[in-house]
Design a protein around this ligand. Structure first.
Ligand code: ZN
Length: 535
C-alpha cells in the first residue's frame, strides 16, 4: 500500500502578543454593551435577509459559490478587506477590519454549507422539498454568518465612535459537513496573530462551554483499490476485482469494530463500486469517517484502517492507496472566554418566543417524531464543567482552531429541540421567525463578548494562560494534514451542478419580499399534519 505520510508532528500554537489598552478605549462596559446591543437590534432586518438568502442558496460543501460571493460582497461594502480563495479553498475567504493601530485581534467564524437531499420548504411542518432530491440547510448553517456579521458591524460602529483599537476577522467554515476546510485555514496561518476566536453554531439553546465537550475528532479518508477488468462470465479468473478489495476491507473493519473502544465512531460508504456487473471492477473506492476522542487514538485508528486496507488488497490481489478528504481535531474550549460569554448569555436571556413560534415548533415535533414535544426552549442552560468522561458523537473541525488560538463556540437558539440533525426536518425552522430571533439573541451575546475581549486585557491574559497551562498541559495539537494534502474541492461539484439551476429559480429576492416565507407564500405559522401523501 502506498502511504507517503505518517508525519504527525506536534505543533504548539504560535505565541500571541500581549497588548496594552489605550485610555481612549476605556468606556464604561455597561454603556458599551448597551450600545452594541442597540447596534444589533438596528440590524435585525439585515440578519433576517442574510439568513434567508443563504437558506435559498442551499449550497453543499466546497461548492458554496453564491454564498461566498454574497457574503464577501456585503463585507467589502461594509469596509472589510476581503481575501478570496484562501488556503486553496475556492469558496474560502477572510475579511478583516482594523481600527487604529494595535489592539486585540478577534476572529469570528461560522459554517456555510448544507446537507445532501435536505431540500425543504421553510415554515412547512411536514416533508415538502423545494427541489426534489436537492440539497438544503438541514443543519442550519445558513444562520451563523448572519449572527457574526451583524455583531461585528455593531461593534465596529462602537469601536470607531470610542476610538477603540482592534481588528475583527470574519471567516467561513467551508465544507464543515465534510470536515474539509478549517484545518486548511489553520495550516495557511489565517489565525496567526489572532488573540481569541469565537465560533457560532446553530442549536436550540443559547449556550457555551469550556474544556473538551462530548464528541470526537476524526479523519475522513478514501481508499482506492485497483485490480484488473475481465469479462465477469467469460473469463472471471482473468480479472482481479477492486470491489472485492473494498468489500474485504469493509468486512475486516466490521470484525475489528468489536475490539475498538466503545467511544469510537466509524462509518463508510462505497463511493465507487465499479461500472456494471459483467465487467470485473478494475477500480473501487471506500470512504471512511474514523472518529475518536484524543489525538493519539485518532492516529491509531487511521493506522488500523491502513493495515486492514493492506490485508484486503492481499485477499483480492489488488493494490490500494489512500487519500485524505478531511480532518477535524478534538475540540477544547477556553474557560475564561466561556465564563465571560456566559455572563452575557444570562444578561440577554432566551428569545421571547410568541404563541405562533411555540405552536409551530410543537407541530413540527409532533409530525417528525421528535424526542421532545414541548416546543422551543425557554430556560437557559447553566455553564457547567466539561464532562468528566465526554460522551461520543459527531465532530467539528473548529477543533483545529481551538488548538491554535483560545476559542469558544457560542450556540444560539435558531432551531427546534429534539430533531435528528443532518436531516430535512432541521431545515424547517431555519428561514422562519424562530431562526431570526435565535440569531438576534446570539448576535447580542457575540457583540457584548467582543466588547469584553477588546476592553478587558485581563480576560485576554487569562484566556492565554488557560490555553497554555491547562489546555496544553497533557496534549498538543497534532495536525493530520501533510504539506502536500489539498482540499477535496471536487466533492459535491456534480451534485451542485445538477440542482443549482432549479435552486436559482427560488433564490430569495429581498428587494421584492420582506422575508423568504413571503416570497414562497408560506403562511406563518402553518400548522397541521399536511396532505396525506406527505406523511
Ligand atoms: Zn454544523
Amino acid at each position: 500500500m502506498r502511504i507517503d505520510r505518517h508525519r504527525l508532528i506536534g505543533v504548539v500554537a504560535a505565541g500571541i502578543m500581549a497588548l496594552a489598552l489605550p485610555a481612549a478605549a476605556r468606556t464604561a462596559p455597561g454603556g458599551a454593551k448597551a450600545e452594541v446591543v442597540r447596534g444589533v437590534e438596528a440590524r435585525a432586518k439585515l440578519a433576517q435577509v442574510i439568513s434567508d438568502q443563504l437558506f435559498s442558496y442551499a449550497e453543499l460543501g466546497f461548492q458554496e459559490t453564491e454564498t461566498a460571493r454574497y457574503l464577501t460582497t456585503l463585507l467589502e461594502k461594509e469596509g472589510f478587506t476581503v481575501e478570496r480563495g484562501v488556503a486553496g479553498l475556492p469558496t474560502g475567504w477572510v475579511a478583516r477590519w482594523t481600527n487604529g493601530s494595535g489592539g486585540p485581534v478577534i476572529a469570528l467564524g461560522s459554517d456555510i454549507d448544507g446537507i445532501p437531499k435536505a431540500s425543504q420548504t421553510p415554515g412547512i411542518p411536514w416533508r415538502q422539498p423545494m427541489v426534489e432530491g436537492g440539497p438544503g440547510h438541514g443543519e442550519g448553517h445558513n444562520s451563523g454568518q448572519a449572527l457574526n456579521i451583524v455583531a461585528a458591524l455593531a461593534v465596529r460602529d462602537w469601536m470607531v465612535r470610542t476610538n477603540t483599537p482592534g481588528t475583527l476577522v470574519l471567516w467561513p467554515g467551508v465544507a464543515e459537513e465534510l470536515l474539509g476546510g478549517k484545518a486548511y485555514l489553520v495550516r495557511e496561518g489565517v489565525f496567526k496573530g489572532v488573540d481569541a476566536a469565537i465560533f457560532t453554531h446553530v442549536a436550540s439553546q443559547l449556550a457555551t462551554g469550556w474544556g473538551q465537550p462530548s464528541g470526537t475528532g476524526m479523519v475522513s479518508v478514501e481508499y482506492t483499490f485497483k485490480g484488473e477488468s475481465a469479462h465477469a462470465a467469460g473469463a472471471p479468473w482473468r480479472g482481479r476485482s477492486a470491489l472485492d478489495g473494498v468489500i474485504a476491507m469493509a468486512n475486516g473493519w466490521e470484525m475489528r469494530r468489536e475490539h475498538l473502544r466503545p467511544e469510537q465512531r466509524s462509518h463508510y460508504v462505497i463511493s465507487d463500486g465499479g461500472d456494471q456487473p459483467n465487467v470485473v471492477p478494475s477500480q473501487a473506492k471506500i470512504w471512511f469517517y474514523l472518529r475518536e476522542q484524543s489525538f493519539d487514538a485518532i492516529a491509531t485508528m487511521l493506522k488500523t484502517a491502513d493495515d486492514i486496507a493492506d490485508g484486503a488488497a492481499k485477499i483480492s490481489s489488488t493494490t490500494v492507496s489512500r487519500r485524505l478528504l478531511g480532518t477535524a481535531a478534538i475540540q477544547h474550549f477556553n474557560r475564561p472566554m466561556a465564563e465571560a460569554a456566559q455572563a452575557n448569555i444570562v444578561a440577554v436571556g432566551m428569545p421571547k418566543w410568541d404563541a405562533d413560534d411555540q405552536a409551530f415548533a410543537k407541530a413540527v415535533q409532533a409530525n417528525v417524531g421528535a424526542t421532545v414535544h414541548d416546543g422551543l426552549e425557554t430556560e437557559l442552560a447553566k455553564l457547567g464543567p466539561p464532562p468528566a468522561k465526554p460522551a461520543s458523537g459527531g465532530s467539528d473541525d473548529v477543533g483545529d482552531v481551538s488548538w491554535t488560538v483560545p476559542t469558544i463556540t457560542l450556540r444560539y437558539p435558531s432551531n427546534i429541540p429534539g430533531l435528528p440533525g443532518h436531516n430535512w426536518t432541521n431545515a424547517i425552522a431555519m428561514a422562519t421567525p424562530i431562526a431570526h430571533k435565535g440569531v438576534e439573541a446570539g448576535a447580542r451575546v457575540m457583540a457584548m463578548t467582543i466588547v469584553d475581549l477588546l476592553t478587558r486585557p485581563k480576560l485576554l491574559a487569562d484566556a492565554r494562560a488557560y490555553f497554555r497551562d491547562v489546555q496544553n498541559k497533557d496534549q498538543h495539537y497534532i495536525p493530520v494534514l501533510a504539506s502536500d494534502d489539498a482540499p477535496a474541492t471536487w466533492l459535491n461539484a456534480e451534485t451542485m451542478a445538477r440542482y443549482q439551476p432549479d435552486l436559482a429559480k427560488r433564490y430569495y429576492d429581498p428587494q421584492r419580499y420582506g422575508s423568504y416565507l413571503e416570497q414562497l407564500r408560506v403562511k406563518w405559522p402553518t400548522l397541521g399534519t399536511g396532505p396525506a401523501e406527505a406523511k
